[in-house]
Design a protein around this ligand. Structure first.
Ligand SMILES: NC(=O)C1=CN([C@@H]2O[C@H](COP(=O)(O)OP(=O)(O)OC[C@H]3O[C@@H](n4cnc5c(N)ncnc54)[C@H](O)[C@@H]3O)[C@@H](O)[C@H]2O)C=CC1
Ligand SMILES: CC(C)CC(=O)C(=O)O
Ligand SMILES: [Mg+2]
Length: 357
């Protein structure tokens, strides 16, 4: 098939893990006989430095003209002055809004070899297979912000329609899995959460009677995630809670460098990114874990291009590299692989799988 994919490397380790994503996209095209046109755009701090704008118009146009977008990460200390007029993260938020990708899918299914490294009792780590569905274009990240003389305000606003569409997406995904949905909120305190709770209840009761559901308060969920993670199937939640809980879930997988994401909406263009940030503490050293990015490429192949066999082969190649101990410094201290070595290990295994297919 023919597809156009926009690559947005961004900042910090973004370009390092993005280079491996590009390598694997080209390998998939070569080995499975597809024609992928890759184009690169500016976003985040790199775009501020070049143009003064964290999301230049040219980048928006490139993305909207593609079939899918891969993003590395944005941000870093260079652009983090609290008084700076623009910030890299604004570029990413605007891109999500421009593409209308309201559902951020973050699967958490730890590989046994890396889950072993999680600082939790081993029996808790058995059978974890969760899919977070995080609302991505509403809530406090997008509400009105203002400074007052001696105060600051971030408005958190959700409409019924915003909650309905992401609930339907999560329930549909639950139908293809274990038909269990956990909705996470803070309905004992927040008005937005009470609207979420009543809307989720109505949609689930009236449209998805075959999917079991429960409501869990976010503070308790932060604990349940580490004490009974295998209980959960699809976890639906709002933007801020989903951002925080999925970083916590990375502990179950063994590293921030292992969790991918797919952001989708009603539009044709999906956005694919690792859940981690630009990791300034390790940037520029060639040691970042590229697997979250490669698994995000697999999600891109599956969700935007409909290439299930290729997506599964790439996931299998990553899994086999992990099983063989090809791990970056976040996961092993003795003889860790570099970012490029880990990418090459996946590439070799993908070639073998493609030849065997
Ligand atoms: N989607 C995005 O572009 C995101 C951007 N950010 C931005 O990134 C910058 C840094 O934020 P932090 O709070 O430090 O979060 P971070 O996710 O960049 O890093 C947190 C910790 O995880 C480690 N880590 C992250 N990715 C890794 C990888 N692939 N391999 C090995 N280790 C990895 C880092 O070294 C660090 O110790 C900030 O400017 C923040 O706003 C944060 C989250 C998401
Ligand atoms: C705007 C981003 C920096 C928010 C974030 O941390 C994420 O989407 O994971
Ligand atoms: Mg985050």
């Amino acid at each position: 098939m023919k597809a156009t994919i926009t690559l947005l490397p961004g900042d910090g380790i973004g370009p390092e893990v993005g280079a491996e994503a590009e390598k694997l996209l080209l390998a998939v095209a070569r080995q499975f006989g597809h024609e992928f046109t890759l184009q690169t755009g500016l976003i985040g701090g790199a775009a501020i430095d070049a143009t003064g704008n964290p999301l230049p118009e040219e980048t928006i146009t490139l993305c909207k003209q593609s079939d899918a977008v891969f993003l590395g990460a944005v941000g870093g200390p260079k652009w983090s002055d609290p008084n700076a007029p623009v910030r890299p993260e604004q570029g990413l938020l605007k891109l999500r809004a421009e593409l209308g990708v309201f559902a951020n899918l973050r699967p958490v299914a730890p590989h046994p070899a890396t889950a072993e490294l999680a600082p939790l009792k081993p029996h808790l780590l058995h059978g974890i297979d969760m899919l977070f569905v995080r609302e991505l274009t509403g809530g406090s990240y997008f509400g009105a912000k203002r400074r007052e003389a001696d105060a600051a305000v971030d408005e958190c606003r959700y409409t019924v329609a915003e909650i309905e569409r992401v609930t339907r997406r999560a329930a549909q995904l639950a139908r293809g899995r274990r038909r269990k949905l956990t909705h996470v909120d803070k309905a004992n305190v927040l008005e937005t959460s009470r609207l979420w709770r009543s809307t989720v209840t109505r949609i689930m009761d009236s449209e998805y009677p075959d999917v079991a559901y429960e409501h869990v308060l976010v503070d308790a969920m932060a604990m349940h995630l580490l004490t009974r993670p295998s209980h959960f199937d699809v976890v639906l939640t709002e933007n801020l809670f989903g951002d925080i809980l999925t970083d916590e879930a990375a502990v179950l997988a063994g590293s921030m460098g292992l969790l991918p994401s797919a952001s989708v909406g009603e539009g044709k263009v999906g956005l694919y990114e690792p859940i981690h940030g630009s990791a300034p503490d390790i940037a520029g050293k060639g040691i970042a874990n590229p697997y979250a990015s490669l698994l995000s490429v697999a999600l891109l192949l599956r969700h935007s291009l409909g290439l299930e066999a290729e997506a599964a082969a790439l996931e299998q190649a990553v899994s086999s590299a992990i099983s063989d101990g090809v791990l970056t410094a976040d996961l092993r201290k003795d003889h860790p692989a570099s970012t490029a070595e880990a990418g090459n290990a996946v590439l070799q295994r993908l070639s073998a799988l493609a030849k065997a297919a």
